[in-house]
Design a protein around this ligand. Structure first.
Ligand SMILES: N[C@@H](CCC(=O)N[C@@H](CS)C(=O)NCC(=O)O)C(=O)O
Length: 291
């Protein structure tokens, strides 16, 4: 029997600050800004405020893919939001994302400036704005949304559930680790069966569904998340690994994964991105993820 049974919840939950918790300085039960801080604005119409976590790189991968296909209007400034220091609670950031989470985008090509938050919403916004990576055929378009929303609903089980209890929690408890390991393995099997029949998430079409699913589940299949590859026997998911390798090899994906990266080899980090030339002298092959 696990230690978790020793806890009897009180009648009313109250906030007890636990300084030993890895996220003690950023977790809080209320929304809103904690301090005044305006966001920087660069010269491009698209201003991205983010960090190279799996949720963050979805957007930089799409922007780099759009630029690689010649959509010049997709040039962007990417500013680093240090979520461990609480940048997401600055007043300027909260104005563009009241949920205080990266990524968030401001489109200055329209007046008033348009805010876009939630990575899935940003992917759809940019794909529609530039008319790319989102099929127009009704069957394929629906299937793209199916997998995009699947990712939005599923990844919190992988990150907030499995990753939290397996890797981040100070005390390892069997019950939550078992529960989320089971769910993540089921999700990986869902993908593995789908990718046995499909080159990409939407058949032959590389779309925003791949860009959303890959940073979480591709990284997991390659053993790059939470040091959990062996624990979850990820070598079993051969089709996910084949698909992930294909996507990791794309030059735009390599660039997108470097933007707003603030850890790992210095040569793999591009903490802020303001021009295509910023990538000079930077390389990224197999590096760890952070979420
Ligand atoms: N559903 C959101 C999730 C975003 C999210 O969880 N972002 C994390 C980093 S991966 C974050 O900003 N965390 C800061 C915090 O929780 O205070 C999305 O897809 O955009």
């Amino acid at each position: 029997m696990s230690d978790a049974t020793a806890y009897t919840p009180p009648k009313v939950w109250t906030w007890e600050k636990d300084e030993n918790n890895r996220f003690a300085n950023i977790n809080r039960p209320i929304a809103g800004a904690t301090h005044d801080k305006a966001l920087p604005v660069g010269e491009h119409p698209l201003q991205l405020y983010s960090l190279a976590t799996p949720n963050g790189v979805k957007v930089t991968i799409l922007l780099e893919e759009l630029l690689a296909k010649g959509h010049e209007g997709a040039e962007y400034d990417a500013w680093l939001v240090d979520i461990n220091s609480g940048d997401q609670f600055g007043s300027g950031f909260v104005e563009i994302n009241p949920n205080s989470k990266i990524p968030a985008l401001a489109d200055h090509s329209v007046k008033p400036v348009r805010r876009v938050f939630e990575s899935g919403s940003i992917l759809v916004y940019l794909a529609e704005k530039f008319g790319d990576f989102l099929p127009t055929d009704p069957d394929k378009r629906t299937e793209t949304f199916n997998w995009l929303f699947w990712q939005m609903g599923s990844a919190p089980m992988l990150g907030g559930g499995f990753g939290h209890f397996y890797s981040y929690a100070n005390e390892k408890q069997k019950y939550p680790i078992d529960r989320y390991a089971m769910e993540v393995k089921r999700q990986m099997d869902v993908l593995d069966r789908h990718l046995a029949e499909n080159e990409f998430m939407i058949g032959e079409d590389y779309t925003i569904a791949d860009m959303a699913v890959f940073p979480w589940y591709g990284a997991m299949a390659k053993g790059l998340l939470y040091d959990a590859g062996e624990f979850l026997s990820v070598h079993e998911y051969k089709n996910v690994i084949r698909w992930a390798d294909q996507i990791y090899a794309r030059e735009a994906v390599k660039r997108g994964r470097m933007v707003n990266r603030a850890w790992g080899e210095p040569s793999s980090q591009l903490r802020e991105r303001h021009a295509a030339s910023d990538f000079q002298n930077r390389t990224q092959d197999k590096v760890e993820e952070a979420s």
